[in-house]
Design a protein around this ligand. Sequence first.
Ligand code: ZN
Length: 533
Amino acid sequence: MIPQPSRCQPHQLIASLLLLLGLLFPSRTTAAEIEWTLQTRDPATGQIIVSKERVDPRRVGVVAVDVWNFHWCKTATMRVDAFVPRIDRALQAARDLGMTVMLCPSDVVDNYAGFPQRESVLALPDIQVPNAVDVTCPPVPDAGGCACGRERCAGNYGWDGMHPALRIGDSDLMPDTQAEVYALCQQRGLTHLLYVGFHTQVCLLGKPMGLRAMKAAGLRCVLARDMTDAHPGYDPARGFTPDLNTEQVIAHFEKHLAPTVQLQDELTRLGRWDTQHPVDPVRIAPWGTRMRPHLFEQPITVTLTAPLQPGAEIRYTLDGSAPGPRSSLYTTPLVITNTTHLRTMAFRDGRPAGLESEGSFARLIPAPPKPDVFIGDLTPVRSVGFGHTYGGTVRYSGTTQAPQKDKANTGKPLRVDRRKPDHGLGVHAPCAVAYPIQPDYARFVAYAGMDENLVDLNNGSNLAKYPSGVFKVFIDGKEVAVSPVMRILSPAWRFDIPIPKGAKVLTLVAMDAGDGSREDLADWADAGFVRSR
Ligand SMILES: [Zn+2]
């Protein structure tokens, strides 16, 4: 092949010309710079102060803190879920602008061992982090972290990674400490860190790679106020909602800690936000879902909000139908008194202004009485479980065993409903146990839920998101009662079922909830028959 003489292409000519012009007429900013609008507040009066700042996006790192796949509070989990589409879109725009994206799932970053995004960070040189700024501020308001109202979620460390819908870019990095972020900033010449993620006043602020530590190291830290959610709280009796909580926390940041930007607005101005396809679902408090329902005893107050869709109408249905522009208009919190499935969506001018969201609320029946005959004292006519059945014998698989009398399936004491019942049956879903019904059995009663022993090991670290099951009761082959999906550390589901005259066999079934049977240890507590009097 004959080499062609090198020729100057037209685009090279233009580039050279632009370079020459730049040298002759140096401007205050480079072509790559963007201007963003920062918001702070007067610490004394709270008055908003707006300013503009020019910044080269190649000097900006976007730090996404704790965009986890689970949280011990179901409402907090769903609020993260609600933010992920907008954060994912913003991170893609940031990459396109030349910003460095840092994904920081604290506590669980080691689960990303082998990802180049993590391994390359570990290879960075050790750099002494300067103590450049003394960061002090009054205590940040913390509402407690459960946004479910009266029926509060119990703590566990169930998360094991980032939200699955948050894309990991090839060029992204996963630092976990102040020193790692600092080393990255030095290596790449980053001067600004733009924070997105959760929970604003706890992890985003206080984690080792969080805003406080990096501000102290001398980085210019900015909070994206439309891409963060506070460690939430909810008290509808005094009008305190998770959104109001977040607003208060953001105002605290603006007064004492860092300027904020409305990132969606900035990206829209830069032509990097798709305004045609909305990303925000209506937010629900408390936020139970089909896979993690909100269980309640007393009527609950449900609040719907769409703070990022100003001017939109929130419409909802309670009959299972899809919400439309003519569905009920939400104007004031809903009082839910019975098991309800809510569907909701925001509309503007009759067109969808967001994504649909669902709320599942299941009311518990009053506490059933203690049985006269415990099922553990009866001999089942059939007992099957997870394994291979050969010649009528179940070969239980893995850590699964035959149902255990008065013990969890692992052999530990039964632990469900946040208590340790003396009597019951510990099984591993899927499992069915059938008992003969005696003529004087009038009712079957039980508390059913996922066994809680898991939380003894590092507070359920990485595993507490897995236990999930559905409990069913059959009489003579006919389903007579079914629980919603049960999760660890939720109240137990209550069964109190009349036995029809002449009934012969009652079967207790614990099924996997449709997401696999990992860790699905299920307890039938205080389960048995009440005799007719
Ligand atoms: Zn909660």
